[in-house]
Design a protein around this ligand. Sequence first.
Ligand code: ZN
Ligand code: ZN
Length: 380
Amino acid sequence: MEASSYDLLKVKQILQKYELCDYCLGRQFNLLSKVRDDELGKFLKETLKIETKGCYICSSLMSKIEDFGLKVIDYIKDYEFDSFLVGVSLRAEYTEREDELRAEFKLRGGESIKSSIGKLLGLKISKLSKRVNFKDPQLRILVFPESELIKVKTKSIFLFGRYRKHIRGISQKIRRCYSCKGKGCLYCNFKGVKDSITKILENRISPLFKADKVKFSWFGGEDENSLVLGKGRPFYAEIINPTLRKVNLETLIFKDAIEIKELKYVEGLYKGNFKVKFRAEVNFIPEPKKEQIEEVESFFKDRTIKVITGKGEREKKVYRINLKKVRDIYKVLGYIDGGIHIKNFLMGKEGLEPNLAEKLKCNVILNPSKPFDILDVDLT
Ligand SMILES: [Zn+2]
Ligand SMILES: [Zn+2]
């Protein structure tokens, strides 16, 4: 450091009027940031033989930052991350005092006290061979230096997977317990909710990532009494606020009544189209004639249908429907676009035009204990 490269007269004027700590003095003159602010501040004071005790700008907050940094490092030690960003929350009066001083002495200034704290802490964390990422860090650390409070939020992790369901009676989404309406009773093991695919998968995935929760996006839905077979139903899982990010997904593949068939890390959610192969056993009232059955089968070959919802109208396709009488019931095999509600299509609920019941001109009765099964889901 060369004393001649600094405006010592100005430094002197400032220090005669205000006490500044090494950090806050150095920061005002450290335009090239080749040295640490506190080293420069100390050097300037030594050159001018001026000593100070307190600090007009930071009230000695800066002197505690080194120790606070150790606290931050301890706080984040359990998080798996490569990139991070430190955000600093400081009352406005700190910056206001600094701005006033800069205006009074016409200092071109450099960093603000806030970003200087962020940088000091960032430097400490970088030493753990982690890098700063301003746009999309894996770990966001928000610090409140005055109260030494630390908050951490991590970037979501996305998984793509497929599940299969080998037993009936488990709904896909979380449902309240029918008998206690969510209060908790013997029937629901005092959980207030029934078993669901959502809960079963979340309970497996969430603890491994030490996450807050998992949000699922499914490729289609099924009845609680449906089976899901074949390759399984695809889904995305967004793991929210995970502590761990490098979980070996092999440990999550399991086969039980509910099975995770496939699981991999992906960058985000991609809305894709899919087709569904299903089977159902139904009764028709009145029973249609053989020609009617044949007619309907050929009608629904690559047939475009309208799906009308509150959000508007979309076109979907039914690729094939096969009806086969076995004793006193009909077995239905279908291959349709994702987004067509299978039960409604079979039974002919409003909002699906045309549909099976309408074309057959009869009532379609599904067996409530096994309404339809998903044989496969193909991504397209
Ligand atoms: Zn200071
Ligand atoms: Zn209950």
